[in-house]
Design a protein around this ligand. Structure first.
Ligand code: IDP
Ligand code: MG
Length: 160
């Protein structure tokens, strides 16, 4: 009986987390990654990446009609981002809680945006809003062979 295998029988989700260009420029990459790492989720993909305009537009296609869309695309393509795939039971909603509200001034202290940002247009991090979008976004940002399937040594100490 291997306790960590029980997790794989539950609803294991994937989420796409991205450190946005402002956070890369501000030296917050390690700080942001560590929030998810310390929580106990599993990192399955990680890269520093300069996002082409077309990819940014596809990623944010649901916001195309918004007045801020052109500025959003400029923002996301203004410098390197850190692309991450994270896996775990309940990871999608939990990551959104760790990230905090879209407007950093409304985000609770203790959340990434609550602690590290002051404006919606510079809100330092992205997280998928549903398990379906998690899968969609990971497929969009990562190529096959860029993701790792592995079992962290700490797995039995995170889930009974
Ligand atoms: P989310 O990132 O919290 O899921 P969304 O509503 O999905 O928020 O918006 C995506 C991103 O678009 C936000 O994180 C933010 O960078 C940007 N954005 C959203 N609303 C505004 C706005 O009113 N002004 C400027 N940028 C915005
Ligand atoms: Mg969103």
């Amino acid at each position: 009986f291997l306790p960590h295998l029980v997790a794989s029988m539950e609803q294991v989700e994937e989420t796409y987390i991205m450190v946005k260009p402002d956070a890369v420029q501000r030296g917050l990459v390690g700080e942001i990654i560590s929030r998810f790492e310390k929580k106990g989720f599993k990192l399955t993909g990680l890269k520093l990446f300069e996002c082409p305009k077309e990819l940014a537009e596809e990623h944010y296609k649901d916001l195309k009609s918004k007045s801020f869309f052109p500025k959003l695309i400029d923002y996301i393509t203004s410098g390197p981002v850190v692309c991450m795939a994270w896996e775990g039971v309940g990871v999608v909603a939990s990551a959104r809680k760790l990230i905090g509200s879209t407007d950093p001034l409304q985000a609770d202290p203790g959340t990434i945006r609550g602690d590290l940002a002051v404006q919606t247009g510079r809100n330092v991090v992205h997280g998928s809003d549903s398990p379906e979008n998690g899968k969609r976004e990971i497929a969009l940002w990562f190529k096959e062979g860029e993701l790792c399937q592995w079992t962290p040594a700490q797995a039995p100490w995170l889930r009974e």
